[in-house]
Design a binder for this molecule. Structure first.
Ligand SMILES: [Fe+2]
Ligand SMILES: [Fe+2]
Length: 472
């Protein structure tokens, strides 16, 4: 069961051959997915040999196999984590009952919406990043972005499997629509705001992979607790792939910070722009932007939807089963920040409608751990600057803080104060032009663009100067 059948047209560990109707539906979807990949996947590199990992089993150890693949020939497929025998629903009204192998009729619409919303982010990020190959800072980074891209493609497969296998005609229609929407398209945009933003250059991509992919980790982790077992198992396997995306984001930004600090020391200046690197103030502005946009992805602080998802046993908390409470939360409270006049205050709210905020808190703590690691690099260079996560109310478009202007320190501002401060807090046109000016491709193995340090080690034990993407 753990093994994946690669003799099949669609590699899978769900016995697709035993379900002809589903197999046919997915085989009809497959060429349309490939068409989407050719149109919207990485531009200019479809014929290249890329050193990629492919899932060969869902076991904790040794699930990946590395080798050269042309991206359109990547073996996208359907891989679910192994079932946990005797698993029961860990939370909500159905707590303690055996997990569902089919979708409960009364939750069909809600569950479909949850799956579609998650599924929509997967192709969206591929679309956002499709132009970046042409300006790669190294062959190592080029390989890594393609690895992320093919796995986001596989995550789309994961969600489409659920739609096609469990939601009948509606599911088939949703699977089509996932290939029709386009990131940033005025008429058919992707569902969530952050996935319609541009990813114009590699700094933005690395920040996205740190902050926005991390939102994915928290969404998947709470869906992995679901009473609907197929969704839970799908998300559990996706999380193992997601970990590598987060590694790319965290080490990527680390390497940018590292390079900046090296040049600051070498030239005894904060202004490393003239030495072809990105100054810490600019890095901070991009951090502010990507962090605040990603915070919005968790939704409103107080949300009946969030309460319903939990009560229906569809979407749990992060690490639900490790928490020591009643897993019903009917009478529990949770501290939530909100605006009162010109101040931000905290108040106890009912726990169930506050679940978005609780997940956001878990996410914030995780982001902070990464920022701490970046700050350690700065400190090790003897530089007295700290990168900071801005206040959660800063630059928000969704929830209680969307109506107010708030500084990175958490002070409610007048419009005039905001306008005056904004160029110091968020990337300016000048920042964009400068960062763009650094985006010159470096394609010789082992060489790196001047604004980013080499990684500590290569991929899968290969040297840093390995030919990760073969020349045309
Ligand atoms: Fe993903
Ligand atoms: Fe990801």
């Amino acid at each position: 069961m753990a093994g994946i059948d690669y003799l099949e047209r669609i590699p899978n560990n769900v016995d697709l051959a035993g379900n002809r109707r589903l197999q046919r539906a997915l085989e009809e979807w497959q060429p349309r997915f490939l068409e989407w990949w050719r149109d919207m996947g990485p531009e200019g590199f479809q014929a290249r040999d890329v050193y990629l990992r492919t899932a060969i089993s869902v076991d904790a150890k040794g699930w990946a196999q590395f080798g050269y693949v042309k991206m359109p020939e990547y073996r996208w497929g359907i891989f679910l984590a192994e079932p946990e025998p005797g698993r029961t629903i860990p939370f909500g009204d159905h707590k303690g009952q055996p997990v569902w192998q089919e979708v409960p009729g009364e939750y069909r619409g809600t569950l479909r919406r949850l799956i579609v919303t998650q599924g929509d982010t997967e192709p969206a990020s591929v679309e956002q990043q499709r132009h970046l190959g042409r300006t790669c800072p190294s062959v190592y980074d080029l390989r890594n972005i393609f690895q992320v891209n093919v796995e986001e493609g596989r995550h789309l497969w994961a969600m489409v499997y659920l739609l096609q296998a469990f939601f009948g005609r509606d599911g088939r229609e949703e699977a089509e629509a996932l290939l029709q929407r386009r990131s940033g398209d005025r008429d058919k945009p992707r569902i969530l705001g952050a996935f319609n933003e541009r990813t114009p250059h590699w700094l933005s991509y690395l920040m996205f992979t740190f902050f926005t992919d991390r939102d994915g980790k928290y969404q998947l982790a709470s869906l992995a607790e679901s009473g609907f077992d197929a969704l839970s198992r799908t998300c559990r396997f996706m999380l193992t792939e997601e970990a590598h995306h987060l590694f790319i984001g965290e080490t990527g930004v680390s390497r940018v910070v590292q390079r900046t600090c090296e040049l600051m020391r070498q030239h005894r200046t904060d202004d490393v722009r003239k030495h072809g690197a990105i100054d810490l103030a600019t890095i901070q502005r991009y951090l502010n932007f990507h962090y605040s946009v990603s915070l919005d992805l968790f939704g409103s602080e107080v949300s009946t939807n969030a309460a319903n998802f939990y009560t229906m046993s569809l979407k749990g908390r992060f690490e639900e089963t490790k928490k020591d409470d009643d897993h019903l939360l009917k009478s529990a409270t949770y501290r939530v920040a909100t605006v009162q006049g010109d101040r931000i205050v905290e108040a106890d709210e009912p726990a169930l409608p506050s679940l978005n905020e609780r997940l956001r808190d878990d996410y914030i703590a995780d982001c902070q751990r990464g920022v701490d690691r970046w700050n350690r690099i700065i400190r090790e260079h003897g530089i007295a600057v700290e990168l900071r996560l801005p206040h959660r109310a800063f630059h928000r478009a969704i929830g209680a803080f969307s109506e107010v202007r708030v500084s990175p320190e958490g002070h409610v501002l007048s419009q005039a104060e905001w306008d005056a401060g904004k160029p110091g807090w968020l990337p300016t046109e000048d920042d964009e032009a400068f960062v763009q000016s650094l985006m010159k491709p470096v394609t010789e193995p082992g060489k790196f663009a001047g604004w980013i340090a080499p990684p500590a080690r290569g991929i899968n034990g290969q040297p840093v100067d390995f030919q990760y993407v073969r020349p045309a």
